[in-house]
Design a protein around this ligand. Structure first.
Ligand code: FAD
Length: 465
């Protein structure tokens, strides 16, 4: 007798949903993907967030596990370092890790297309576009959709997987079915995408293998390279500063003051045209728990943990979710009643940790990189990494270039911070001490004794106080 293979509905055919379908298909499950939008492979323009994304080790590992890493990488551009742009036009690189460590700039749409096609290459996967989920029953496994004709259609499955993004309908349904803790935070900053086109000779206008950053303390602009030799720039700023820029003159005054070197690269007219016709978009951070209901429903990706984009980890964390669920299904032999609670329990601490790290990194990117002390610390961090590569791994390296659990990255960093603080403190004391000794030696050589110096200070003190 052959065992009946589980039937799974993946809600959302975005980045995480499409990858998840590939993972679940490998288990031989019957997989139906339901996506609210039309098939992006047929669309001329796709509305939505960032054009390109930074792909790092966690995401790459997940892609490798479904045989897609090479295909994705061949259309990506390696970024080895941050390139910091000063207001004076200076450019200074800060390496991400070792020379051979880099993150990849990949095109969001192309990646989504590759994932959807790979999912559909499996005979046990069917994608339904223009199907918006409106109701889930986590007791019976019934899911209800509105299709493109505006009609209600239903399906009944063994497992409902919510990969339907930050404003997840599946999560809302789960909140009605179980005691789900939920926390949402909008930051007072928005983002707007601008562009640096290729040069008239069809070349990149800036160094290509970098993530360019214009840190301006309260706000910042970044730029990632694209295959067509353009850069997608993202301006992150408090909404009230966006609102204060009302006219083209305001905009040019602001850019001349804060990002002067970007103006000739963007082209004044293009900058005005894009900025004046765009609206800044909000950024939200969402934490919730648990991620599952009984043996029937689970949420993953942004549906479970939307985060602000400053660590470049939202998609990477969502891709890693797929690996973790796969491991839990292996461990519990596809028994959803055991695998789903185990997934929730295991993954929650890590997803919450990366949401926190993403918040923290905004300050690092827009402000700390301007500080000499921060840069000195970073150098010390990297030096220790070179000397003790297995025991001292900098935070960014752990997050972007390893699969160390996110919550362990935070714990290890706290420990390293304590050590670094002590090293800097002891270094400071030694430096101050040797300076003091040198001063006394110089004074002695010039015939000034420490006693006469003391007398001199005593006279001064008495004269004034
Ligand atoms: P989504 O990409 O939101 O996909 C959800 C899908 O579900 C969509 O296709 C949607 O149409 C569909 N859907 C929604 N509701 C329904 C419904 N009711 N029924 C059916 N379908 C539905 N991450 C990185 O790792 N690196 C980066 O460099 C990076 N940069 C970013 C820059 C910006 C400006 C932003 C905003 C985010 C960035 N991210 C980055 C985060 C990344 O975009 C997200 O984490 C990732 O897209 C999450 O994928 P997802 O599939 O979970 O959700």
């Amino acid at each position: 007798m052959t065992e009946k293979k589980p039937h799974v509905a993946v809600i959302g055919g975005g980045l995480v949903g499409a990858l998840n379908a590939c993972f679940l298909a490998k288990r031989n499950f019957k997989v139906d993907v339901y996506e609210r939008r039309d098939d992006i492979r047929k669309a001329e323009h796709v509305k939505g967030r960032s054009i390109n994304l930074a792909l790092s080790t966690r995401g790459r590992t997940a892609l490798r596990m479904v045989g897609l890493e090479e295909e994705v990488l061949k259309n990506g551009i390696p970024m080895h370092a941050r390139m910091i742009h000063g207001v004076d036009g200076s450019r200074n690189p800060i390496l991400y890790g070792k020379e051979d460590q880099y993150i990849m700039s990949v095109d969001r749409r192309r990646l989504n297309e590759v994932l959807l096609s790979a999912a559909e290459d499996n005979p046990n996967v069917t994608c339904y576009f223009e199907h918006k989920v409106v109701r889930c029953d986590f007791t019976t496994g019934e899911v209800e959709f509105i299709n493109k004709e505006g009609k209600k259609v239903q399906n009944k499955v063994d497992l409902i997987v919510g990969n339907d993004g930050a404003f997840s309908a599946v999560r809302k349904e789960m909140m009605r079915a179980t005691l789900l803790d939920f926390q949402q935070e909008y930051i007072p900053h928005g983002y707007m995408e601008l562009t640096i086109p290729p040069s008239p000779k069809d070349e990149f206008q800036m160094e290509v293998n970098y993530l360019h950053i214009w840190p301006r303390n309260e706000y910042m602009m970044i730029a990632l390279p694209n295959l067509d030799k353009s850069f997608t720039c993202t301006l992150f700023m408090p909404f009230d500063i966006f609102a204060s820029i009302k006219t083209e003159e305001d905009l040019m005054r602001f850019f001349r003051d804060k990002f002067p070197d970007a103006i000739p690269l963007m082209g004044e007219e293009t900058l005005k045209q894009i900025y004046m016709s765009s609206k800044p978009l909000p950024m939200v951070s969402i934490k919730c728990s648990p991620y599952h209901v009984k043996d029937k429903g689970v949420i993953m990706g942004d549906a479970a943990h939307a985060m602000v984009p400053f660590y470049g980890q939202g998609m990477n964390a969502g891709f890693e979710d797929c690996i973790v669920l796969d491991e839990m299904l292996d461990k519990y032999n596809n028994d959803f009643a055991k695998a789903l609670p185990a997934y929730s329990e295991f993954r929650k601490v890590d997803d919450h940790a990366i949401c926190d790290l993403a918040m923290y990194n905004y300050v690092e990117m827009r402000k700390s990189v301007n500080s000499k002390l921060f840069l000195m610390r970073k150098k010390l961090d990297n030096l220790l990494f070179t000397i003790f590569p297995s025991s001292w791994v900098p935070l960014y390296t752990m997050v972007a270039f390893t699969r160390t659990r996110y919550h362990e990255c935070i714990e290890k960093r706290k420990h390293q911070d304590e050590i670094l603080n002590k090293v800097l403190y002891i270094g400071g004391v030694i430096l101050f001490g040797s300076l003091a000794v040198s001063v006394v030696q110089i004074l002695n050589q010039n015939g000034v004794s420490i006693h006469s110096l003391k007398d001199h200070f005593t006279q001064l003190w008495e004269a004034y106080f």
